[in-house]
Ligand binder design. Structure first.
Ligand SMILES: Nc1ncnc2c1ncn2[C@@H]1O[C@H](COP(=O)(O)OP(=O)(O)OP(=O)(O)O)[C@@H](O)[C@H]1O
Length: 283
């Protein structure tokens, strides 16, 4: 549904260079620390900024050739843009009736009421949580096949984040060919929601893995210096020297469990993985 191939964007010393894909029926997560390039990648995919090389396709079409029909099938919520603060939800409904052929007004109003969003209040006076909920339900309001959501849970408390995650699950359940590309720097949100995870650092994809594989196969080994000298290193992706010895990231946890029963092996969450991939050294 989305495919990029060496999609490039240069801002001074920062260079985005990303190859990735979002498959139908999948929720694909993009995780990366602040400034790693998530918003730049989304804007490049959507053709909202000029790019410096590579390709991007949405729904099988080059982004530069995308027409009105395809645009109707994409729902977008970006982190640094939104609706004019001077509009109310009532005003937005009028805009959406004209903008989207498949605007589902009944469902949109249902969601607005469900989240107790005020119809007649100017959006600039909404709280962060209200604006975030509105962005997501607006992106979902017109029967899009694909949602592109940049940090939809940023700045929200845990309850509000869960609500948005539930909304996204409901959206996927309605049609098995829908897909979502979502970015976050909150690893828990990505881990709970996504089928497929890309990790971005300094504009480059550093890990791409199925969430299930990531949680089942990746692990952190804790070894002392002599064990570190002797252990099989073919499956160690990164290591960090610490007081007692070494922390090592592997994508073959079972191999070490079977062959080195005395070694402490912890499960690697997404935060551990990101820390190890970014701060750790390669052998
Ligand atoms: N319009 C711009 N002009 C110059 N540099 C930019 C511009 N937009 C982004 N950058 C730079 O590109 C890099 C990536 O920024 P980007 O906003 O894509 O990161 P991000 O991962 O979305 O960060 P965050 O999680 O903080 O939103 C940063 O170094 C940023 O300073």
């Amino acid at each position: 549904m989305i495919r990029t191939e060496n999609l490039k964007k240069v801002y001074g010393k920062f260079e985005l260079d990303c190859t990735m894909s979002v498959k139908p029926g999948y929720i694909t997560g993009l995780i990366g620390k602040n400034g790693s390039g998530k918003t730049t990648l989304f804007k490049s995919i959507l053709g909202l900024i000029s790019v410096d090389g590579g390709k991007a396709e949405i729904l099988g079409k080059d982004i530069r050739k995308i027409g009105e029909n395809e645009k109707q099938k994409i729902g977008v919520a970006l982190s640094d843009s939104g609706f004019s603060g001077y509009l109310t939800i009532k005003d937005m409904i009028i805009v959406f009736r004209h903008l989207y052929k498949e605007f589902d007004e009944k469902e949109f109003v249902y969601q607005v009421n469900r989240f107790s969003l005020p119809m007649n209040k100017k959006i600039k006076d909404f709280s962060t949580g209200m604006k975030a909920r509105l962005k997501v339900i607006a992106a979902m309001s017109h029967n899009a096949d694909i949602l592109i959501l940049d940090e939809p849970t940023a700045g929200l408390d845990v309850i509000a984040r869960d609500e948005i995650i539930d909304l996204l699950r409901d959206y996927m359940e309605k049609d098995e060919n829908r897909s979502i590309l979502i970015s976050s720097h909150i690893s828990g949100d990505i881990e709970n929601l996504c089928d497929d995870i890309y990790m971005i650092d300094d504009g480059k994809i550093i890990v791409h893995e199925d969430t299930d594989v990531l949680l089942s196969d990746y692990g952190i080994l804790k070894v002392d210096s002599s064990m570190f000298e002797n252990i099989e290193k073919d499956y160690i992706l990164r290591y960090i020297k610490e007081g007692y010895g070494y922390r090592c990231l592997t994508d073959q946890k079972i191999y070490y469990k079977e062959n080195y029963p005395d070694v402490i092996i912890e499960n690697a969450g997404i935060d551990d993985l990101m820390t190890m991939m970014i701060r750790g050294e390669k052998l």
